[in-house]
Write a protein that binds this ligand. Structure first.
Ligand code: DAV
Length: 370
């Protein structure tokens, strides 16, 4: 690898050396729109309101994100931060208008790093269509500094009404029906055009594992397959999740050979073969420490599993998630507790609020038996 290599990351666990940590500035609760409404839990306090979050909550979230960044820097990890834009502005394309944008706390949702490439995902909510702009100054810098860095952007989707199933417009669908729909792979997004969020993708060297759900459709997975020609791309599903977005509160690789899986959203038997045939262990994750998400948060309590692996022996776990910490400790990991719960509402946990720039290590084949 050349001395000027800035971007390099092939998996979720090799030693982390450079990372982007999001910011909470100006984050909005987005206005209603088809795909977002399908994800906001039916009983959520977020339904029926939108606009900028309060200054106190933004300041608190930023304090936690800053502390997290400082801790990483003390451990020798370089940290970059995005440039927030005015998320309270209205955005539009010739096809639609959105009252507000979202924010830039979770770079993981937008940026997918595979080797020397950083790929901007299509995204699947209108309020997130322009979010990549917050990361452009950083991507431009990496591109200028690193002659091998590949800056890619997936085709911007049109996100017309044809992208969304009207069946999901109701807020009275009920958990039972939602679970049946997840089981049948009947999601809010149609197959009109390729759609994916980067946080639906997990990197295991030669293999990319992608959740098919609300934010990523089969066309999106097919696009990834055609784009990453030297990789094997696998679609996975997790029955048991009534609001399936993003894989990182469901299925979390900890190190080579070990994955923790949400016990309410187990990977189906058929899809476990790839891992089991290659000697990988999939174990149930510990329970979350909380019965409810914090206020105005649209992620589930399973952000407990949304950990950031710093290297195969070290993992950051949210400070209040004592059961998850205990499990990882017993598995022989050094656990670093990081306070982040008061930032969850801004877009997720420790994995969500980060995006890899550089992890040591090379492209490997972890699943030679396909
Ligand atoms: O369980 O609500 C959250 C994932 C956020 N990136 C959940 C998924």
């Amino acid at each position: 690898m050349s001395e000027k290599t800035v971007v390099n990351s092939w998996n979720e666990w090799d030693p982390l050396k450079h990372v982007i940590v999001g910011k909470a500035d100006g984050t909005c609760i987005p206005a209603p729109e088809p795909a977002l409404d399908a994800k906001v839990p039916e009983d959520s306090d977020m339904r029926g309101q939108f606009g900028p979050r309060t200054k106190d909550t933004v300041d608190k979230a930023n304090e936690l994100l800053d502390n997290f960044s400082n801790m990483l820097e003390k451990r020798g990890i370089k940290v970059d931060r995005p440039d927030p834009i005015d998320f309270s502005q209205k955005t539009s394309t010739p096809d639609w208008e959105a009252e507000t944008m979202f924010g830039c706390m979770p770079p993981r949702d937008v940026l997918l790093t595979v080797g020397s490439e950083i790929l901007e995902a299509t995204m699947s909510y209108r309020c997130r269509w322009f979010e990549y702009l917050c990361y452009r100054p950083l991507l431009q810098k990496y591109y200028n500094e690193d002659p091998n860095m590949r800056h890619e952007s997936a085709p911007k989707p049109r996100l017309t009404d044809a992208d969304y199933r009207k069946d999901y417009l109701s807020d009275k669908i009920g958990i039972q029906k939602r679970l049946e729909w997840t089981e049948d792979k009947f999601f809010v997004t149609t197959e009109e055009e390729p759609l994916f969020d980067a946080a639906d993708v997990l990197r295991f060297g030669k293999d990319l594992v992608v959740q098919h759900g609300f934010t990523t459709n089969l066309k999106g997975i097919d696009w990834l397959k055609r784009h990453f020609k030297d990789h094997r791309v696998h679609a996975v599903n997790f029955p048991g999740d009534p609001y399936p977005i993003h894989i990182d509160a469901t299925f979390t690789p900890i190190k080579e050979g070990l994955i923790i899986n949400n016990p309410q959203r187990r990977l189906p038997k058929e899809q476990r073969k790839l891992f089991e045939n290659n000697g990988w262990e999939i174990i149930d994750s510990a329970q979350p420490a909380h019965n409810e998400p914090p206020p105005l948060c649209y992620s589930s309590t399973w952000l407990s599993m949304n950990v950031l692996v710093l290297d195969p022996k070290t993992v950051c776990v949210e400070k209040s998630e004592v059961y998850q910490a205990e499990q990882l400790d017993k598995l022989g990991m050094e656990v670093i507790p990081v306070e982040l719960r008061d930032a969850y509402a801004f877009g997720g946990g420790l994995h969500c609020c980060t995006a890899d720039v550089y992890r040591e290590g090379e492209l490997k084949d972890y699943f030679p038996k396909q």
